[in-house]
Design a protein around this ligand. Structure first.
Ligand code: ADP
Length: 260
């Protein structure tokens, strides 16, 4: 079945968005938002104009990681995203809700429509790389969201506790249906590096990620450890200060694969 739609929704006339990268996962809680945020930070450090469209409408965690407390107010021109401390442009449902704790209980079509409006009505300005934190899973909601955005490539995030081979197969099939290239696989919570002995501990056993990636002809572009200082930085809204090299290879992959 070919569900690729002829994408005709134009972004706001004041938006010039070069590349859109979707970040997907098999289920919630594997670190999809974390990878989205760190990728945006990594590309921003390289000097690119970077944006995050938080399409994880029912679990929006991006604003908190960046310590954003203000709300996005509609203007006569349209809706401006909120700029992070280092200048990453962010739009999330939490920037529009009066209370961060308000639950969002919308159904798929409304979610997809909101995401579409984040694309069409937000004044993004000049963006080199837009990262989209997709709704978790490979069901109807992420699929509908995919059809509402002109995604250039996807990053799949997995963790070793999951049924990785099934999840990767589903995500790869979804990408194929949409005719979107898979840029690579990131394994989050791969291992824990002991701060005392410096040894890597594979808490969930040695991962099979390389083997699974090979089966699908895709590349493992990054492995991230469980890191309590990373979690702490997110809790404090200071993800932009967190230093790491875990996603440098992925960043280079983006520069090579997506630049004309
Ligand atoms: P998802 O977007 O897949 O639902 P999140 O990115 O929100 O998952 O991560 C879930 C929780 O796990 C968050 O509290 C986050 O701070 C934490 N977390 C994610 N990755 C790591 C990591 N590598 N080390 C430590 N904590 C992590």
């Amino acid at each position: 079945e070919d569900r690729k739609v002829d994408f005709s929704e134009q972004p706001h006339e004041l938006s010039r968005i070069k590349k859109v990268i979707g970040v997907v996962s098999g289920k919630g809680g594997v670190g999809k938002s974390m990878v989205t945020s760190l990728m945006a930070v990594t590309m921003r450090r390289k000097g690119y104009h970077t944006a995050i469209l938080d399409a994880d409408i029912t679990g929006p965690s991006i604003p908190k990681a960046f310590g954003i407390n203000e709300k996005a107010m509609p203007t006569e021109l349209g809706l401006f995203p909120i700029s992070s401390k280092t200048g990453i442009e962010i739009m999330s449902i939490n920037l529009l809700l009066e209370n961060d704790t308000d639950p969002v209980v919308w159904r798929g079509p409304i979610i997809a429509n909101t995401v579409k409006q984040f694309w069409t009505d937000v004044i993004w300005g000049d963006v080199d790389y837009m990262f989209v934190d997709m709704p978790p899973g490979t069901g109807d909601v992420p699929l509908t969201v995919f059809q509402s955005l002109p995604v250039d490539g996807i990053i799949i995030v997995t963790s070793p506790q999951e049924l990785v081979s099934m999840i990767v197969a589903k995500a790869v099939n979804m990408a194929k249906m949409m005719k979107i290239p898979v840029l690579g696989l990131v394994e989050n919570m791969s291992y824990f590096k002991c701060p005392d002995c410096d040894k890597k501990h594979y808490l969930f056993g040695e991962s099979r990620i390389e083997e699974v990636a090979k089966q699908h002809g895709i590349e493992v572009v990054g492995k991230m450890p469980i890191d309590s200082s990373l979690a702490g930085a997110c809790d404090k809204g200071l993800i932009e200060l967190f230093d790491n090299t875990w996603l440098d290879h992925l960043a280079e992959t983006l520069e090579v694969n997506l630049d004309e």
